[in-house]
Design a protein around this ligand. Structure first.
Ligand code: SAM
Length: 364
């Protein structure tokens, strides 16, 4: 069994574990004997461990409906289970505030109070890194027909851009849609990228890269090998078989990241990254790929949704190479442009230097 299939199998097992824990918790709460406290503590700890695992695997699925189809994973059911379990956690936390690590008592769902979603705030800093228990995060992939083997079926597969309706098998994330919305309304941004070479990392179903190509950029859309087929399909469907300004490649993040020599090796004017900061393990490889394939003239555009408090570490690392500018905050999505700092060095380098400069730990 390959690694991917093993992970998918583990996801299914973990989902069942979550359901079992939830059922056991409910039963324990209903009888509440003297021994319940200890049992609930144990269930709470198990819950935290397993849901975190399920969540990470599920985020890794995002944009990969072809895999859901292939392995018949019921993502809808899994998310529902995680939500039910999150509700149970709140009950447990209320009962045992000391035993179970608590979420921020007042999560901050809208870090820019008083602003309408589409306004571009100025001088804003990072979101308040509060954590929301069970974090509702990006609901883009909840549009799933439970009677249809967990395949995304409706409007998150369609994205409007410059008067066209684009269609993406596998759906789209909210980050990607808000990034496309920014491109649609910001003519100056489109003009700055038209004719320029642009790299998208972690393209998923290809929403952002496709819009960039329609805006006239010369785009390399990239992802892990097993996603490239879906990516190519969507690019072909939306841009036509002969689109000369959109190519799809495998590109795995990290210091070893390499594009095929046939790609020409010309530097990129911009790198786009939508909804990629959700896994702790990705922080260093993402920074490495930006440094390796970027130059002092390569801006990084990041569409970001806040899910976990430790995501701040990624921004601390980015600050060692870039100055950050908030372009827009749109309904929970932060759209940033990172401009290379004058003292930043690109190309190959030692990641330990950046870790030290950022003052963060190697492990999260
Ligand atoms: C949440 S999806 C976002 C997809 C797309 N950017 C969007 O917003 O619709 C994350 C994507 O990152 C890709 N990814 C995760 N780890 C990666 C890695 N180490 N190297 C390359 N791509 C990776 C996944 O395959 C997935 O397509």
């Amino acid at each position: 069994m390959d690694d991917r299939a093993a992970r998918l199998e583990r996801a299914e097992d973990a989902i069942h574990e979550v359901l079992d824990i939830t059922a056991a918790t409910t039963e324990e709460l209903s009888k509440m004997t003297a021994a319940s406290e200890e049992t609930l503590e144990k269930l709470g700890a198990d819950f935290l461990r397993v849901t975190e695992e399920v969540r990470e695997i599920l985020f890794d699925y995002a944009g990969q409906a072809n895999l859901q189809q292939k392995y018949k994973i019921d993502v809808h059911g899994a998310r529902k289970a995680a939500r039910v379990a999150a509700e149970q956690l709140e009950i447990l936390q209320a009962l045992h505030p000391d035993a179970i690590p608590s979420a921020d008592p007042e999560p901050n769902p809208n870090p820019i109070p008083g602003r309408s979603a589409m306004e571009t705030p100025s001088g804003r800093d990072l979101p308040d890194f509060a954590v929301t228990a069970g974090g509702d995060g990006d609901k883009a992939h909840e549009n799933v027909d439970p009677n249809n083997d967990g395949i995304a079926v409706d409007d998150d597969s369609r994205v409007e851009f410059l008067g066209r309706t684009l269609s993406f098998q596998g759906g789209s994330t909210k980050c990607a849609r808000k990034c496309v919305a920014l491109l649609g309304r910001d003519e100056a941004l489109r003009e700055s990228l038209a004719g320029q070479r642009v790299l998208e990392v972690g393209s998923g179903t290809g929403v952002v890269g496709t819009a960039l190509a329609l805006a006239g950029a010369v785009v390399d859309l990239t992802d892990q090998a097993y996603v490239v087929e879906l990516l190519e399909h969507n690019v072909r469907e939306n841009l036509g078989a002969v689109a000369s300004n959109a190519k799809c490649f495998e590109l795995v993040w990290g210091a070893d990241a390499e594009l095929p020599a046939s790609n020409g090796g010309e530097p990129y004017r911009a790198i786009f990254a939508a909804d990629l900061v959700y896994a702790k393990e990705a922080h260093l490889p993402l920074l490495e790929v930006f440094r390796k394939l970027g130059t002092p003239e390569t801006d990084v555009y990041l569409a970001y949704i806040h899910r976990f408090p430790w995501e701040k570490r990624f921004f601390d690392l980015m600050a060692t190479l870039y100055d950050r500018e908030l372009l827009a905050y749109d309904d929970g999505i932060w759209l940033y442009r990172f401009r290379p700092r004058a003292d930043a060095i690109f190309g190959n380098g030692d990641i330990d230097d950046l870790i030290e400069a950022a003052g963060v730990s190697r492990e999260v």
